[in-house]
Design a protein around this ligand. Structure first.
Ligand code: GLN
Length: 623
């Protein structure tokens, strides 16, 4: 009788059963006895209780900022010296987020290992200042694919494959594998699980069931459920109402999950009467109900949580007090409060940056660019106004000049598809001629090459084969490896982190603080045509970042004699920008934008570090 104490014994009841048909799959899982209904997979060497789990489930509605909540809480524990690993569980059947429309889902965030994920992973990386990998992101599509492929290989011979125990089993396995490897390959202290959607959604039901099972197997001291709910405040009533929150939490309890802690999202601080009602109806003591009302900045949330004692309650629930390193916590607190003070301090500079893209009406489509600019604003003390513009109707150079000249700096971001490309080419030309600081990202980098080929080299029909397959001057063409994969959607791009060799004496070398190799993240199918590099270089374009071995151009720039700040990257610099460590190419852009408005800025301490000047930082461009 395996269902014993609910304290972790269940998962250890089963002796590994070698499975000859699938090369030992069940043995690897250490699971499943033919005669038993149980299937509780654990990786070899897994010790229940070593890693704790915090599970965040939304109720009432989506869009409450589960990712921000979960990452802020994870940060508080990380600051205490605990190793943390977040995981986002998506209910959709796509294998990754690569084919999702940014217009509907927000940007596609690319991890070091090349997985294309939801933008929430970006929030985790930024708040935790930690690189994530494919272990930190799971979709229903991944789970089902794994099971169906195994079924075809004969991995379940003799069994009907079921939602419980097989699907929930794979979910638990993924969580436990992360527990064992989430700290740079070693076991971590706490796994933070964020379930996509809200309790009661059809598509996330199996995740909630798997987590219920996990809590039962690991024991109540090892898994903490947090319900993130929403308190309505209808303007006609003028008061907060708890009913929707009560019903939402009830939904969770119907699924067998008792939250130990409840966080109430709301516009205004949640009043005691409402919290008492929620406590009463959900069996959660008042001290474990928290108001998570709107704040001006997400970066103030960790401090707000700490003041409310949320982190202490988590430590008590999971009995983690003895793993805390108070010295480290004090240090991290000071670092973070220095950052938040700088964030809230009055800004001495003011600049306007234009982002000339396609999804101009939706900020989420460029979430990381938005954040990267914000990081620079804080670091440089600049109040940055960002304007998002669609370039589809920029039909003349005059119009482009008029538009670009409104800004102190412009960014042409990444993108796919023809719409707006000609407008972007004109805007880059305008930025080059008007000497407006420019940063081109991915498609923006490619567009800068096309513009240079057309207008400086005089190859008037120069184009990318993405947009004009018949052009005589395909200065941007498909990567050889990608050609073989044509016709397959998803997973056909050059994805993930790669080394970039930075040329000495270049603007890029100065920005990257003298480093000769940096690592950045890519997501593209096209590249600069290697046979055109010589002509472009002879024409004055500098390729200052290249792949260390292959002829892949990764950074371009113009010399100082031609332009104060003109740089482009085939990679996505926005993906590696962190609040405490802003990405250098963005820093350079914002600094150049400030210097455009205030030339004396170049002589300041920050200016000397970030502004390229003939007499300044020793950066001489050539190479
Ligand atoms: N469409 C271009 C390519 O595939 C640029 C991609 C991007 O900007 N992410 O190469």
């Amino acid at each position: 009788m395996p269902l014993t104490d609910g304290q972790g014994a269940f998962s250890r009841q089963f002796e590994p059963t070698p499975d000859p048909a699938s090369g030992g799959f069940l043995a690897q899982f250490g699971a499943s006895d033919e005669s038993s209904e149980g299937f509780s997979p654990t990786p070899r060497g897994y010790q229940p209780g070593r890693t704790k789990y915090v599970v965040v489930i939304g109720t009432v509605m989506s869009g409450l900022g589960k990712g921000i909540f979960s990452s802020s809480l994870a940060k508080l524990l990380k600051d205490k010296g605990l190793s943390v690993a977040p995981i986002k569980m998506e209910g959709y059947l796509n294998i990754d987020s690569g084919t999702l429309n940014p217009y509907r889902h927000g940007e596609v965030f690319v991890l070091e290992d090349g997985l294309e994920t939801d933008m929430d992973l970006g929030t985790y990386e930024r708040v935790l200042n930690q690189n994530l990998s494919r272990r930190n992101f799971v979709t229903a599509g991944q789970i089902y694919t794994e099971i169906l492929e195994r079924e075809r290989r004969g991995g379940y011979l003799g069994r009907d494959v079921q939602m419980i125990p097989h699907v929930t089993g794979v979910v638990k396995m993924r969580l436990r594998q992360l527990a064992m490897t989430g700290n740079e390959g070693k076991p971590c202290d706490v796994v933070f699980v964020e379930v996509g959607g809200t309790a009661g959604d059809y598509e996330n039901g199996f995740y909630i069931e798997a987590l219920r099972e996990l809590a039962f197997e690991e024991g109540s001291e090892n898994v903490c459920f947090v319900a993130l709910t929403y308190i309505l405040e209808p303007s006609i009533l003028g008061e907060q109402k708890s009913k929707a929150a009560q019903l939402g939490i009830k939904r969770l309890m119907e699924a067998g999950v008792q939250p130990q802690l409840i966080a109430c999202r709301a516009k205004n601080p949640v009043n005691d009467k409402v919290m008492q009602k929620i406590a009463m109806f959900s069996n959660v003591p008042m001290r474990r109900i928290f108001s998570m009302h709107d704040r001006t900045s997400i970066y103030s949330i960790p401090d707000a949580m700490r003041e409310g004692g949320l982190d202490r309650e988590i430590l008590s629930i999971l009995k983690l007090h003895d793993r805390v390193n108070t010295l480290q916590e004090d240090r991290e607190r000071i670092t973070w409060s220095t950052f938040t003070q700088r964030l809230n301090a009055p800004r001495t500079h003011k600049v306007k940056i234009g982002v000339l893209g396609k999804y101009a009406s939706l900020r989420d489509a460029y979430a990381s660019i938005d954040k990267a600019i914000e990081h620079c604003g804080t670091a440089l003390g600049a109040d940055i106004e960002i304007e998002w513009l669609d370039t589809s109707d920029v039909e003349t150079l005059a119009r482009a000049k008029e538009l670009v000249s409104k800004f102190d700096g412009v960014i042409v971001p990444g993108g796919f598809g023809m719409r707006g490309v000609e407008g972007k080419i004109r805007c880059v030309q305008a930025a080059r001629l008007e000497r407006v600081p420019f940063l081109g990202i991915c498609l923006g980098f490619q567009v800068a090459v096309i513009e240079y080929a057309r207008n400086v080299l005089g190859w008037t029909d120069a184009h990318s084969t993405e947009f004009d397959p018949a052009t005589k001057h395909p200065v941007i063409s498909e990567l050889p490896d990608q050609k073989k994969l044509e016709g397959i959607m998803g997973g056909t791009m050059r994805l993930g982190a790669q080394d970039v060799q930075i040329a000495s004496g270049s603007l890029a070398r100065m920005l990257f603080g003298g480093k000769d190799v940096v690592r950045e993240r890519f997501r593209h199918r096209y590249e600069v045509e290697p046979t055109d590099v010589e002509a472009l270089t002879a024409g004055g374009l500098v390729f200052s970042g290249r792949h260390p071995k292959h002829p892949i151009m990764q950074v371009l720039e113009l010399p100082l004699s031609a332009h104060p700040y003109f740089i482009g990257a085939q990679f996505h610099p926005e993906l590696t920008s962190r609040p405490l460590d802003p990405q250098p190419m963005f820093m350079g852009l914002v600094a150049a934008a400030i210097a455009r408005r205030e030339p004396e800025f170049a002589q300041s301490e920050m200016g000397r570090r970030w502004v390229r000047a003939a007499n300044g930082s020793g950066a001489t461009v050539g190479a």
